[in-house]
Design a protein. Structure first.
Length: 183
């Protein structure tokens, strides 16, 4: 994805055609981020539009020495986290576990990944409980630390670790079942 500086300059001047052109260029990248955090395409599209509006609103703060892709990714992830916090406050249905203990059961996923259908794995991630899914995506896919995740989601570092472990356990079970059915 190569974004020309002239296109960014036109978007800063609120040129509607340039904004639409930028939207078309960013759509698939931003949608892929949104789909990791959403249960369905409709909510992912809504989140994409919210994030894109923030990108346009803050485009004047973009500094060319920062990779544009990293800059928009940060805005999109922050938008998704903000929306999650909002929903979390409204629902308050999730109970968090304060302690995390590593177990001997935990193991790294190995060559079984080559036998797993990527689409089915994404479906399994999407059926994880909402908080567990957010922590898994932030840690495993976006590379945030447990401390950062705790701050973003307003949970303890231990709770973040617990959610990650729960996600890994569920996904490990899915992978084991998938591999066994293919043997």
């Amino acid at each position: 994805m190569e974004i020309q500086p002239q296109l960014i300059a036109l978007c800063i001047k609120q040129d509607r055609k340039a904004e639409y052109e930028l939207y078309k260029l960013l759509y698939s990248y931003l949608m892929s981020i949104c789909m990791r955090y959403s249960r369905d395409k409709d909510s992912a599209s809504a989140m994409l539009n919210m994030g894109y509006m923030k990108i346009l609103k803050n485009l004047h703060t973009y500094r060319p020495e920062i990779p544009f892709k990293a800059w928009i990714r940060r805005i999109m992830v922050n938008t998704l986290i903000d929306e999650y916090r909002k929903i979390k406050r409204e629902r308050e249905k999730v109970t968090y576990v304060a302690e995390y203990f590593e177990t001997a059961d935990f193991s790294e996923v190995n060559e079984a990944l080559g036998k797993i259908n990527y689409k089915h794995l994404l479906e399994q991630i999407n059926i994880l409980p909402e908080a567990t899914k957010k922590v898994f995506n932030l840690f495993a896919i976006d590379g945030y630390s447990h401390k950062e995740i705790g701050e973003m989601l307003e949970i303890s570092e231990g709770t973040s670790k617990w959610h990650l472990n729960a996600a890994r356990q569920k996904l490990k079970e899915y992978i084991e079942n998938s591999v066994l059915t293919r043997i």
